[in-house]
Design a protein around this ligand. Structure first.
Ligand SMILES: Cc1ncc(COP(=O)(O)O)c(C=O)c1O
Length: 412
């Protein structure tokens, strides 16, 4: 079939793309079309040298003095302040710590402690499973319960029992983006706090957490941020709540005077009280190097390209892969879509595996979603064209039906 958009058109768009040169700042194999930056972001070119200096100089020569001389001890707050600029928060409203799951646990407990006369953590069925597990465990420890509602019932369920509404801003499967401002306002109208998981939002879509009414937020460093596998997470709490914060895992580095070695816990002021133990300096340094790159990028330009890439992907699939069993799972309205395109297909797992064998990396989310992350800093318009071309070939040739794909790998 002849498409209205051809490869040459895509190449022409790359030639005038204001972000085209940013791709050179990433290590990307020539023979790969990488559409999985929503799972693990690509490696920034600058990061290996930064890590080598950290290991050889700061750790190797500076040894224990590097905690102060190289600024290690300040890293959670320093990197947090940089991340705050990316999410529309104040510089003292974000720290970096542990993982999204652990930060979420801390914040759900803290939110419940702030609302002692309320006993429900409200979330939705579509939420990422870790968020539901963590919310349920935190609720149980705090004498509360978690209520998991279908998306359409969330507003009705927001009543005076609810202490905190916990939602993932951009749906990990479909890329559906909640209206943070409207839902935070609805939570506040019901007297509840609003806690947002930004895993698929941070560095994927422009964020203004304070203006949009988020009370608290978490988000991971290894997806669109490109902070590396296992990068620590961001933890945000708006300043007005800092005085009431209680860390459920209090540790010495969240103490007002860690080196006073007092046995009674006296929290540090502000968000520092949410830090528990020694920061993961190797990972934090990799994350900081990636965040520094992001701070050089115009987020509005990144969003404009992300929207253009997702629109192109959808348009090409609908033109070139019609009647091949695909159904768009992502919102058609770009304003409600993150930086990914999700397609349902009855043999979706085979499709994703067959694509990977041709050098097109997406991923699969059960039960039937093929997920393609279009990270605007390094995905080109021609990559989208080539990926959809492969998608068409895979299904036309039946490559996705190979019996080897009947069994699922541990990581899909
Ligand atoms: C929406 C969402 N929340 C939470 C997590 C868990 O993050 P972590 O494994 O860093 O705790 C993920 C991981 O992919 C996620 O996509």
């Amino acid at each position: 079939m002849i498409s209205a958009v051809d490869r040459a058109t895509c190449a022409a768009r790359d030639a005038v793309d204001p972000l085209a040169s940013v791709r050179e700042q990433f290590v990307l194999p020539d023979d790969l079309i990488y559409l999985d930056g929503n799972s693990l972001g690509a490696l920034p070119v600058r990061t290996p040298a930064r890590l080598a200096a950290l290991v050889e100089e700061e750790w190797g020569r500076g040894l224990v003095h590097s905690w102060s001389d190289a600024g290690w001890i300040e890293a959670p707050a320093r990197v947090g302040a940089k991340l705050a600029r990316l999410i529309g928060a104040g510089s003292d409203e974000v720290v970096v710590a542990e993982s999204t799951s652990v930060c979420l646990f801390k914040l759900v407990c803290a939110a419940l402690a702030m609302q002692p006369d309320r006993s429900v953590v409200l979330t939705e069925e579509e939420n990422f499973h870790t968020d539901v597990y963590v919310a349920a465990a935190a609720a149980q420890l705090c004498g509360a319960t978690v209520e998991v509602q279908p998306r359409a019932r969330l507003l009705d369920a927001l009543d005076d029992r609810v202490a905190v509404l916990v939602l993932t801003h951009v749906d990990y499967r479909t890329g559906y983006m909640h209206d943070m401002r409207a839902l935070s306002a609805a939570a506040h109208d019901a007297g509840a706090l609003a806690l947002w998981d930004l895993c698929h939002s941070v560095a994927a879509v422009p964020l203004q957490v304070n203006a949009d009414g988020a009370d608290m937020a978490v988000g991971c460093g290894y997806k669109y941020l490109n902070g590396g596998p296992g990068a620590p997470a961001l933890l945000h709490v708006r300043a007005g709540l800092h005085g009431a914060l209680r860390n459920p895992v209090p540790g010495w580095l969240g103490h007002a005077e860690p080196f006073a070695f007092e046995l009674a816990f006296r929290p540090a002021s502000g968000l520092r009280s949410m830090i528990t133990g020694s920061p993961h300096i190797l990972q934090l340094t990799a994350l900081e190097s990636a965040v520094d790159l992001w701070l050089e990028v115009d987020m509005a330009a990144a969003r404009a390209k992300s929207v253009a890439l997702t629109e192109l992907f959808i348009e090409l699939v609908e033109e070139r892969c019609a009647r091949m069993g695909f159904e768009l799972a992502s919102p058609r309205d770009a304003a409600r879509r993150g930086s990914q395109v999700a397609l349902r297909h009855p043999d979706g797992y085979g499709v994703v595996r067959a694509l990977a064998e041709r050098g097109v990396v997406g991923d699969f989310r059960a039960p039937d979603i093929c997920r393609f992350g279009l990270a605007p800093l390094y995905v080109r318009y021609v990559d989208v064209w080539d990926a959809v071309d492969h998608l068409h070939q895979v299904v036309a040739e039946g490559a996705h039906l190979d019996p080897r794909f009947a069994e699922r790998a541990a990581i899909t």
